[in-house]
Design a protein around this ligand. Structure first.
Ligand SMILES: C[S@@+](CC[C@H](N)C(=O)[O-])C[C@H]1O[C@@H](n2cnc3c(N)ncnc32)[C@H](O)[C@@H]1O
Length: 228
């Protein structure tokens, strides 16, 4: 197994609650769980995925590395866990819609974890709306640049309820908005440019009054209002 993690996965790994059992849902190669245990950060980890192929490969890699302490389980989402079995649950490298589906399917598992770490590779706002609906309290929220992409990582405390989220919190993230890391300004600039280019292209293809053009312009205004 690789002794190092990519910056993206390291952002997830570092948020685990140390010295307590953790689970990686949608583990694929199981690198995250292997790193947690091999580094001595947690004593025991569960690596779970819906597909048998990656799990067989992960099993071989773990055996070759002589790494005990990582238990492999096959199944969909959080169905492989029992309530309160682990302190940390990580779900990374999936689309935001799938992540929310997985979280919604097993409230009894989410609600008995001490920390849940999410790294959606699409639909960040969809994930934030789900968090906002439960008045979630974020322990961490960061942006990581890795191999030409920017990754969002959030950690929340399922047992805590905070204040309501604003629309700007949904667009930019409540902690990122407050902390304003340089990666946020870069992300806003790229997103602005993308929306502006899209609005011009759609206006020329569909006509300037087309509803899709208005929709993109509204999105641009939301972004500007949140970033102001
Ligand atoms: C792109 S990989 C990400 C692997 C790793 N988490 C990472 O961030 O590098 C997505 C993994 O999620 C798994 N997956 C997709 N839907 C799932 C589900 N409902 N339950 C568990 N795993 C799922 C896929 O089989 C795949 O191995």
């Amino acid at each position: 197994m690789s002794p190092t993690l990519s910056p993206r996965l390291r952002a997830v790994a570092d948020l685990v609650i140390p010295e307590e059992a953790a689970a990686d849902i949608g583990c694929d190669h199981a690198q995250l769980a292997a790193w947690w245990v091999a580094s001595g950060t947690v004593p025991r980890a569960i690596a779970s995925d819906v597909r048998p192929g990656p799990l067989a490969q992960a099993r071989r890699s773990l055996d070759a590395a002589g790494l005990t302490g990582v238990e492999i389980r096959q199944g969909s989402g959080l169905a492989t866990l029992r309530p309160a079995e682990v302190s940390t649950i990580a779900i990374a490298g999936m689309g935001g819609h799938l992540i929310v589906e997985i979280l919604r399917a097993h409230p009894e598992i989410v609600g008995t974890a001490r920390r849940v770490i999410l790294q959606p590779n699409t639909a960040w706002e969809h994930v934030r709306r789900w968090l906002s609906d439960r008045h979630a309290v974020l322990d961490a929220e960061s942006l990581t640049d890795d191999a030409g992409h920017t990754y969002l990582t959030v950690a929340f405390r399922p047992t805590a309820r905070g204040g309501p989220w604003s629309e700007a919190d949904i667009v930019l993230g409540p902690r990122l908005r407050r902390e304003r890391p340089p990666a946020l300004a870069a992300w806003v600039a790229r997103r602005r440019e993308h929306l502006e280019t899209l609005a011009v292209r759609l206006a020329s293809e569909l006509g300037p009054g087309h509803p899709r053009v208005d929709e993109v312009k509204r999105e641009l205004h939301r972004l500007d209002a949140a970033a102001a």
